[in-house]
Structure formats: structure tokens, C-alpha cells
Design a protein around this ligand. Structure first.
Ligand code: NAP
Ligand code: ZN
Ligand code: ZN
Length: 348
């Protein structure tokens, strides 16, 4: 075991504090990663604040992790000391169920091991990336391709893959009219990725403050979701809409935007349930769907795609000072982030 510095939550309401956590010994199939960067995902906040249910404290969150391999276990073949690598939302899975066999470890039927707030094989609760070091099974460690800027890459490990996977699953590409709702960490990646896939992209956001940014990210169109007339004019004009909003939206407003056979995919995860009238779907054979992150192979594919297309998240680098992270969390909750905070964990 080794003790490492971290920043974490001690309960659901108090600010995050500096603390120390234990990392397990490096097993034969493990990689020790010296973390350089950790992105701040809104899921970190939902989890630490107990919004998705009670959790065990102290809890160190963070599942957008980039760093260098510092040590490898005796049986490790995929990574070497010094490699630039990443860890995302899942850190292990059963590998045997039908979904794991398909490479869909994010949908492991036996429940995968999340990078934080999950029961690990040894019975301890996993602790995430707002820390100096992490020990992860080599199969769940991603190679960061050349050409990606390490300081900007961490958000790809959650925000990037969470949009890449549904865009691929629903075949975003030329001729498809794609809408991305909410321009935060996930949403801005959705705009960039869907545009790179060749889709006709519309960014949907409240007000017009993010309009110019959205067009610069590759959106062809911009829709102010607070403009009732513009929303009405857009009824029936989308094939695929991905909703990244962290709070409740009026779901029927977005189902109306779909054409016949269109799909609205929920990736944003507000704690309260949605209420959906049957008539919002049946009249035009619309689908309401959900999606979570992506499998390890697909995350690797997404990283290569971003390197090939020169896609980087828009990031704001902060130190690992607990007060600075608390202030960043407040700005995320206020939707005042352009577009992802990344913690420089070397400042711990
Ligand atoms: P974020 O950076 O905070 O972005 C959320 C965006 O939602 C904001 O930028 C804002 O966009 C919009 N929004 C926020 N509050 C709103 C409100 N009250 N009404 C309407 N719009 C509002 O969050 P994120 O990190 O991208 O995460 C977004 C959601 O996805 C979270 O719920 C997170 O837990 C979830 N998530 C899911 C997965 C998955 O696997 N499915 C993975 C990661 C995250 P505008 O200002 O542009 O309107
Ligand atoms: Zn996340
Ligand atoms: Zn499985």
C-alpha cells in the first residue's frame, strides 16, 4: 500500500478538502500511474453531493485521468514505464458476461468497477483522479496517442467518449441532422465530434452567449432554447438529438424537434425522473434512449479519432488547491464553465 495526496469529499455538503488515501500495491496486472491531469465532470458533483444516492465518505472523485506510467506489474504487457496513459469511468469489469464479450464493458451485466465510488475486488471503495497516483488494471488503461496535448486530453476520457459512443451507435454522419443540447463539458465535445463525423450539427443552448463558440466548434446552426418562436420553427427537423443537460429539461420540447423516426438520447443524468407522455412518441414513431460512456476499445478508438482530426476539449487549467476546486465546482453548477476544468494534479 502507498499513501497519496488527494482532494475529496468528507460528506455530502461540506467543501472538498485535502486528504490522504491508500493505493493498493501494484499487482501482476496493474499499472501505477503518476497522475498529471484530472478533468472535472458534473458526475463528480452529482456523486459527491449524494444527488444520485448515498455514498461512502471520504470520497475522492475524478474519472478523466491522464498521467505517466510509474510502475508496471510483473505480467503487464500493454504499457511501459514512462508511457502517457489515461483512465476513464470504468476501471474493471467481469470480462465474462455477454456485454463484456462484445467489448461493451460499460454495460457489464455483472456491474463494472467504476473508477470511483465502486466496490473494488478487495472490498475497498475505489477512489478517483483528484489525487497524485492511481493503480489500475492494465486492460482499463488507455494509450494517449501522439498528437494529443496531455493537458487538454483528460476530458476525452469521460466527456469525449460519452458523446462519441452514441454518435457512432446512431450513425451520425453526412446527411444526418444532429442536435446537441447543453453546451457544457459533454455538449461542446458533442458538437466537435459530430461535426468531425460529417453530420449537420445544431448546438442548442440557453441564450446566445455560447453561439459564436458553438459555430467555431463546427456547428452549422445554433438554436437558443429560450427562444420559443425559434424552437417552434425547428419542430420536426432533427434525426438525432443528444441531451447533455445536468438538470431537468422539458422533455417534450426536445421530442417535438425530432422528425419521424428520430431519436432523443439522454446522457445528462439529473436525479429526478422524467415524465414522458405516450403521445410525444407514438405519433411519429420517435425513440427516447439513453447511453453511458463507451467500452475500453471504443475509448481507444475515440482517442485515435481525436488525434487524427485534431480535436481537443476547451479547457481551463486550475491547481489542486481544494479552494480552487470548490470554486470550479460552483462554476460548473452555475453553468459558468468554458468548457471543462482540468486540475493540474502535480500541484498537490
Ligand atoms: P456541465 O459541464 O455542467 O454541462 C451541463 C450543461 O447543461 C450546462 O452547460 C448548461 O448548458 C446546461 N444546464 C445546466 N443547468 C441547466 C438547467 N437548470 N436548465 C437547462 N440547462 C441547464 O456538465 P457535464 O459534465 O457536461 O455533464 C452533463 C450531465 O451529463 C451531468 O448530469 C452528468 O452527470 C452527465 N454525465 C453522464 C454521462 C453518461 O455516461 N451518460 C457521462 C458524463 C456525464 P447551456 O448553458 O449551454 O444551456
Ligand atoms: Zn464523467
Ligand atoms: Zn461483464
Amino acid at each position: 500500500m502507498r499513501t497519496v495526496k488527494a482532494v475529496g469529499a468528507v460528506n455530502a455538503s461540506d467543501p472538498l478538502v485535502a486528504l490522504e488515501i491508500e493505493r493498493r500495491d501494484v499487482g501482476p496486472n496493474d499499472v501505477l500511474i503518476d497522475i498529471d491531469y484530472a478533468g472535472i465532470c458534473h458526475s463528480d458533483i452529482h456523486t459527491a453531493r449524494g444527488e444520485w444516492g448515498a455514498i461512502a465518505y471520504p470520497q475522492v472523485v475524478g474519472h478523466e485521468i491522464v498521467g505517466r506510467v510509474a510502475e508496471v506489474g510483473s505480467a503487464v504487457t500493454k504499457h511501459q514505464v514512462g508511457d502517457l496513459v489515461g483512465v476513464g469511468c470504468q476501471s474493471n469489469s467481469c470480462r465474462e458476461c455477454a456485454q463484456c464479450q462484445l467489448g461493451h464493458d460499460q454495460y457489464c451485466l455483472n456491474g463494472n468497477t467504476q473508477t470511483y465510488d465502486s466496490v473494488d475486488a478487495d472490498g475497498t471503495i475505489t477512489q478517483g483522479g483528484y489525487s497524485e497516483m492511481i493503480v489500475t488494471n492494465e486492460d482499463f488503461v488507455l494509450r494517449i496517442p501522439e498528437g494529443l496535448d496531455a493537458a487538454k486530453t483528460a476530458p476525452l476520457l469521460c466527456a469525449g467518449i460519452t458523446l462519441y459512443s452514441p454518435l457512432r451507435h446512431w450513425n451520425a454522419g453526412p446527411g444526418m441532422r444532429v442536435g446537441i443540447v447543453g453546451l457544457g463539458g459533454l455538449g461542446h465535445m458533442g458538437v466537435k465530434l459530430a461535426a468531425a463525423m460529417g453530420a449537420e450539427v445544431t448546438a442548442l443552448s440557453r441564450g446566445t452567449a455560447k453561439r459564436d463558440d458553438a459555430l467555431a466548434f463546427g456547428a452549422q446552426h445554433y438554436l437558443d432554447t429560450t427562444d420559443a418562436a425559434a424552437m417552434r420553427a425547428a419542430w420536426g427537423t432533427f434525426d438525432l438529438i443528444i441531451n447533455t443537460v445536468s438538470a431537468q429539461v422539458k422533455i417534450t420540447d426536445y421530442l417535438r424537434l425530432l422528425d419521424v423516426d428520430g431519436t432523443l438520447v439522454l446522457v445528462g443524468a439529473p436525479p429526478e425522473p422524467y415524465s414522458v407522455p405516450a403521445f410525444a412518441l407514438i405519433g411519429s414513431r420517435k425513440s427516447l434512449a439513453g447511453s453511458t460512456t463507451g467500452g475500453i476499445a471504443e475509448i481507444q478508438e475515440m482517442l485515435e479519432f481525436c488525434a487524427e482530426h485534431g480535436i481537443h476539449p476547451e479547457t481551463e487549467l486550475i491547481t489542486a488547491d481544494a479552494d480552487e476546486i470548490n470554486a470550479a465546482w460552483q462554476r460548473v453548477m452555475d453553468a459558468d464553465v468554458r468548457y471543462r476544468f482540468v486540475i493540474d494534479t502535480n500541484t498537490l
